[in-house]
Design a protein around this ligand. Structure first.
Ligand SMILES: [Zn+2]
Length: 275
């Protein structure tokens, strides 16, 4: 393996040593030239956690932090991102009234915010269902998202969101109302036209064009690391692999790589990215 000459950051990846390849997947990222990852907590059910109160999310977050320490042993720099997956509302409300489900999710976000305040994680995660839901569920989900924006504003940390595809202009308005900088709301699986900060899937075709325009974006694989769903999105090598491919094809320069993988990431998440 050649030592990397610039940082390569995947800002939305999951590593799961219980249900997936764990350390081996992380090593794939490293061998492909990756250096930094934002390790996002998985939905509670995928870790066989079935919360009945907000504090139960600590089990999910502690597992994310355990995995983070395990990956760091490989030499990758890991930034944990903790929060409550928006689809939890559908799972929880199968077992309890909607209002109770929403309260548990908000309390889970409070637990994540406490971890950020302790310096154990760098960002929060929230959002709203990306699939069709009833008006009641949508209202409850927006309320949870608003709660997360307020917690992120208090913690002065970035907020990753998982939401329906499209602009999400109203989420930018919600952020402004919460006194939270819109450019620190990271739209996971984003598109270039969103007013939020787009985290683009590594193979997104607009990357060369956006790079030429000096538009701010970050890159992600959304690798799930679940053996039952191999290649559900992209593999763990995707961000370094596509970055190197674009370089080889002279569609981006090394200077662009620094801007995408170090400067932009640093500004959005308030972390220092260096080799
Ligand atoms: Zn994800």
């Amino acid at each position: 393996m050649q030592s990397p000459i610039f940082p390569i950051t995947d800002d939305h990846i999951h590593i799961d040593p219980v249900n997936g390849r764990g350390r081996e997947a992380a090593k794939d990222f490293l061998r492909a030239g990756g250096t930094h990852i934002f390790l996002v907590s998985k939905p509670s059910w995928s870790l066989s956690v079935y919360p009945s109160r907000g504090a139960d999310y600590a089990l999910v977050f502690d597992e994310t932090l355990r995995v983070a320490r395990m990956i760091e042993e490989t030499g990758i720099v890991v930034f944990p991102v903790l929060g409550v997956h928006p689809a939890e509302i559908s799972r929880l409300s199968e077992r309890m009234p909607l209002t109770e489900a929403a309260e548990i999710m908000k309390a889970g976000i409070d637990v994540a915010a406490a971890y950020v305040k302790e310096g154990k994680a760098v960002a929060l995660k929230s959002g709203r269902p990306h699939y069709e839901v009833s008006p009641e569920v949508l209202i409850a989900s927006n309320d949870i998202l608003n709660h997360a924006l307020n917690r992120a504003a208090e913690c002065r940390c970035a907020l990753q969101i998982h939401a329906e595809s499209g602009l999400c202009t109203d989420i930018a308005d919600m952020a402004r109302n919460a006194g939270f900088p819109v450019e620190r709301v990271v739209k996971h699986y984003g598109s270039p036209d969103t007013p939020l900060h787009p985290s683009l899937i590594a193979k997104h075709e607009a990357i060369p064009q956006l790079t030429r325009e000096h538009r701010a974006f970050t890159m992600e694989s959304d690798f799930m690391d679940e053996n039952s769903r191999p290649g559900a999105v992209l593999g763990p090598k995707s961000v370094p692999r596509y970055t190197h491919q674009l370089l080889r094809e002279s569609l981006i320069t090394e200077e662009d790589c620094y801007r995408i993988h170090a400067e932009t990431v640093g500004k959005v998440y308030g972390v220092k990215i260096k080799l």
